[in-house]
Design a protein around this ligand. Structure first.
Ligand code: RIB
Ligand code: CA
Length: 326
C-alpha cells in the first residue's frame, strides 16, 4: 500500500511529541516535513522540541520553523505564548506544574531548515505529485498565512485533520480550546477554507483519556519510546490533577488521536458534520468553536467533528505502534 504524503504542523509540546512518534512508527506515512508554530511554548522551543523528538526517532525529516505569534493579537503575559495563567502554576515547593515541560533530551544535532514553514507549505502543496494530508496540532497561524498567500495551493490538500475546538468542553478558557484560543482569526480562516476538514475535538480526545492501568500497559513495553510516552502522560496526569481536575486520575493525550484517526477512521466512535466557525471576539468567547448541528438540515456543513473515540482501539493502536520500536 502506498504511503500517505503528510505534513505535520505542531507546537511540540508533550502530546505533539507522541503524535510525531506514532506517525513515524506506523510506517504508513511519507512525512514530507514538520512545520512548527508558537503555542505550548515559544516557537524556538517548540522547534527545538520537534528536532529533539525526531532525533529520538533517528528520523531525518526536515523541520521548518513557523510563526512566533498570532495573526492579529498580542501574545499573552508580555510575550508568553502559553496564555492565561490557570494552565501553568508554581507549586508550594517551587516546582512548576504544567502540561508541557522543557524536554529532558539531548540538544538536537540538526537545525531547522533555512526555509520558513509558510514557504515550505506553499511550495510543497504546489508541487506535490499527489494530494497531501496535513495534520495540524497547534495554533493554525502557519496554515492561515499559507492560505492568505496561496489559496489555490490548498486544492492539493487531500485531508486536513486538526486537533482543536470542543463541542461541550473547553480547556484554555471557559469557552475555548487552546489551539483555537491562541489564534482565533487563523482558526476561523482555516475552518472556512474549503478543504476536506476533520476536527478531533476535546470531546473526542477526553473520551480516550488514559488511566493508571493503561500507563502500566505502556510502561511494560519497556523501550525508550514507551518510557518517554509514559513520562509525558504522567506529567500531564499531574497537571490535570492540579489545574483541570478530570473524573479520576487521568491523562489526555490530544494530538496522537489525529495520527491514529488518519490511519483508521473507525477510531471515531461518534462524529457528525457541522457548519462551524470560531469566535473572533475579544471577550469571554474568544477562540470558542461555534458549531451549528443543524448542518444536515440545510447543507452538509463545512467539517466533520469527531466527538467520541473508541478508547480500546486508541489504546491498542498506541501500544501496537510503540511495540514496533526497538
Ligand atoms: O488543547 C489541546 C491542544 O493544545 C493540544 O494540541 C496541545 O498540544 C496544545 O497545543
Ligand atoms: Ca499541540
Amino acid at each position: 500500500m502506498s504511503k500517505i504524503p503528510l505534513i505535520m504542523d505542531v507546537d511540540t509540546g508533550s502530546d505533539d511529541a507522541v503524535a510525531l512518534i506514532l506517525a513515524h512508527l506506523s510506517g504508513q506515512y511519507d512525512l514530507l516535513g514538520v512545520t512548527t508554530v508558537f503555542g505550548n511554548a515559544g516557537v524556538e522551543e517548540t522547534t527545538r522540541h520537534t528536532l529533539q523528538t525526531l532525533e529520538l526517532l533517528r528520523s531525518p525529516v526536515p523541520v521548518y520553523s513557523g510563526c512566533h505569534e498570532p495573526l492579529a493579537r498580542r501574545l499573552y503575559d508580555e510575550g508568553n505564548p502559553i496564555g492565561p495563567g490557570e494552565n501553568r502554576r508554581v507549586a508550594a515547593d517551587g516546582s512548576a506544574i504544567g502540561f508541557h515541560e522543557v524536554f529532558d533530551l539531548p540538544r538536537p544535532q540538526q537545525k531547522p531548515e533555512e526555509k520558513n514553514a509558510i514557504t515550505f507549505l506553499i511550495e510543497t502543496l504546489r508541487t506535490a505529485p499527489q494530494p497531501v494530508t496535513i495534520i495540524a496540532t497547534g495554533a493554525l497561524t502557519n496554515l492561515a498565512c499559507a492560505w492568505l498567500l496561496a489559496p489555490e495551493a490548498f486544492a492539493n490538500i487531500d485531508r486536513l485533520i486538526i486537533m482543536g475546538g470542543g463541542i461541550a468542553l473547553s480547556n484554555k478558557t471557559a469557552a475555548a480550546e487552546g489551539n483555537f484560543f491562541r489564534d482565533p482569526e487563523a482558526a476561523r480562516m482555516i475552518l472556512e477554507c474549503g478543504a476536506d476538514l476533520t476536527l478531533l475535538t476535546l470531546d473526542a480526545t477526553h473520551s480516550a483519556a488514559l488511566n493508571r492501568a493503561d500507563l502500566e500497559r505502556i510502561r511494560a513495553i519497556g523501550s525508550p519510546l514507551s518510557d518517554f510516552t509514559v513520562h509525558v502522560a504522567e506529567t500531564r496526569m499531574a497537571a490535570y490533577r492540579e489545574l483541570q481536575p478530570l473524573n479520576g486520575e487521568l491523562a489526555v493525550l490530544h494530538d496522537p488521536a489525529c495520527v491514529l484517526f488518519c490511519l483508521n477512521k473507525n477510531l471515531a466512535a461518534q462524529s457528525r458534520r457541522y457548519r462551524a466557525t470560531v469566535s473572533i471576539d475579544h471577550g469571554e468567547t474568544a477562540g470558542a468553536l461555534i458549531a451549528d448541528p443543524r448542518a444536515a438540515a440545510y447543507d452538509q456543513g463545512n467539517l466533520l467533528a469527531v466527538t467520541q473515540i473508541d478508547k480500546d482501539r486508541f489504546l491498542s493502536d498506541l501500544i501496537s505502534l510503540l511495540k514496533k520500536a526497538p
